[in-house]
Design a protein around this ligand. Structure first.
Ligand SMILES: C[S@@+](CC[C@H](N)C(=O)[O-])C[C@H]1O[C@@H](n2cnc3c(N)ncnc32)[C@H](O)[C@@H]1O
Length: 466
């Protein structure tokens, strides 16, 4: 049984009720799971284990939605459309627990679900929930997938991904890689952090974490990175508050390293909020020079400022505006390094934001690819002759990545892909994993199954001198 506490509205809420309301809002209001969950957890004030359970229920249920709905449709008449959204959320979440969260006794899952159903609805709903979950419990999960499915259908149902996405990945990456990626997308993401070398060293933080009983190890991919196990949210630590590190995915840490800015340079980050890469660029420059950090959303400027302040970085200058208009506002050819960390479909970060796989469409990818090419077209005008343009996304859709770069290069012959100056340890790890296309071209696609880090694309382009 989980502890129940009083919500501000007067209603008692335990981990399962919190998870249920988050799932309900994600489905009915299109809310982001991460934001919605953070708000709900703050409001509910759950204990750490209960917050952990609520988190697991939300992510696990969204991750396994396809598989869960397939199992429930034969047991619940009118599933899913004719069932009230909150009952849908409750049944899905309970099925998830029965099947994948085996550390919770099945009878406790059913009892709690029935209690919630009766409290929120009426006896009839309690009866429905009880009947469905007891049947699931009795029948078990063996043979829960139909026989004779085509490869795409099997992967889609087994690993709970939409069919169109599985078909797309099968065509591009083949069966083995698609299956690995889909499985990896259902794993919990690594907790990782990027050490701020202006304040501390990786060894020093690792030693302090070991002393505090936090299991952490150096990243295999990024020289400033650490990966922690069962550490809780590192944002709540004193080290974070003191600016010793930034919580960031390991793949994301590579982008500033590939940009390789030097102290004293003038650098532009076109799409910068919340400032993860901006602050990394400034750290790499030893806080000497200027990093202009721009984002289109006015409210996000403050987020970048807060990060720069927390890390004591004085070289960051923030501005708000559409990156498509930056070339009209800033001096042409005036930046040594320009980073375009473009808005993208996010198909590389499904593990962190599982609703992405259910919400994004092929049409979104096409529209984003078109925007990205236009953003590249405008950003290039700001690069000095001999300077560097780095393009990155957290997606694995080729239209938004390699294809966008090829289109760009056709139109801008002054630029060429630059395979030099990439972080050695990264290329070594990717090469050792047998995942580097040789000879290395200057573009890198990391897939989510390779290192347990986000799927990311990075291209480094050099503008010719004069
Ligand atoms: C991938 S995120 C950037 C993450 C950031 N670079 C970091 O490492 O913390 C993309 C950002 O682009 C911003 N954005 C979207 N369209 C834009 C545009 N037309 N001009 C400038 N920024 C834009 C979004 O607000 C979002 O913050």
């Amino acid at each position: 049984m989980t502890k129940t506490i009083r919500m501000p509205g007067g209603k008692p809420q335990g981990a399962r009720e919190v998870a249920m309301s988050v799932l309900h809002n994600v489905e009915t209001r299109g809310a982001y799971s991460g934001l919605e969950l953070n708000q709900a957890l703050q409001a509910a004030g759950l204990s750490r284990p209960d917050a952990g359970l609520a988190t697991e229920l939300v992510y696990g249920t969204i991750q396994r939605l396809n598989t869960i709905d397939y199992a429930l449709q034969s047991r619940v008449k009118g599933w899913p459309k004719k069932i009230e959204p909150w009952v849908r959320a409750l049944l899905r979440m309970s099925y998830y627990q029965l099947r994948w969260l085996t550390r919770v006794p099945a009878h406790a899952v059913v009892d709690e679900a029935v209690t919630i159903a009766k409290k929120r609805g009426h006896g009839g709903i309690g009866g429905l929930v009880n009947g469905v979950l007891r049947a699931v419990q009795r029948e078990g999960f063996a043979g829960s997938l139909p026989q004779g499915l085509k490869t795409a259908e099997r992967i889609s149902l087994e690993h709970s991904h939409p069919l169109w996405l599985v078909e797309r990945w099968l065509a591009e990456f083949g069966e083995a890689a698609t299956e690995r990626m889909c499985a990896a997308n259902n794993e919990p993401p690594h907790v990782s952090a990027r050490i701020n070398p202006l304040k501390t060293t990786r060894d020093e933080i690792l030693a302090k974490m070991a002393e505090a009983g936090i299991e952490a190890a150096p990243s295999r991919l990024a020289s400033e990175g650490i990966v922690a196990v069962r550490s809780g949210n590192l944002v709540h630590t004193e080290w974070y508050k003191q600016g010793c590190f930034t919580v960031q995915d390991e793949s994301s840490m590579l982008v500033a390293s590939v940009a390789d800015p030097r102290p004293g340079m003038k650098v532009l980050d076109c799409c910068a909020a919340p400032g993860g890469k901006t602050t990394h660029l400034a750290e790499k420059m030893k806080d000497e020079g200027i990093v202009v950090a721009n984002d289109v959303h006015p409210h996000k400027e403050e987020l970048i400022k807060q990060q720069a302040e927390r890390l004591d970085l004085a070289s960051v200058r923030t501005m708000t505006g559409d990156a498509l208009e930056l070339a009209d506002k800033l001096t042409p050819e005036s930046f040594d390094v320009v980073l375009l960390d473009a808005p993208c479909s996010g198909l590389g970060v499904i593990r962190r934001k599982p609703e992405i796989k259910w919400n994004k469409t092929a049409a979104d990818i096409a529209a984003l690819a078109e925007l990205q090419v236009r953003l590249l077209d405008r950003a290039q005008a700001l690069v000095k002759p001999g300077g560097t343009l780095v393009y990155s996304t957290c997606t694995i859709a080729s239209e938004e990545n390699g294809d966008a770069i090829r289109l760009f290069l056709e139109r801008h012959p002054a630029f060429s892909l630059d395979p030099e100056g990439w972080p050695e340890e990264t290329l070594k790890s990717v090469r050792e994993a047998g995942r580097l296309t040789e000879p290395f071209s200057g573009m890198l696609q990391l897939l989510p199954d390779m290192f347990g880090s986000d799927g990311f694309f990075i291209a480094r382009l050099r503008k010719q001198n004069g």
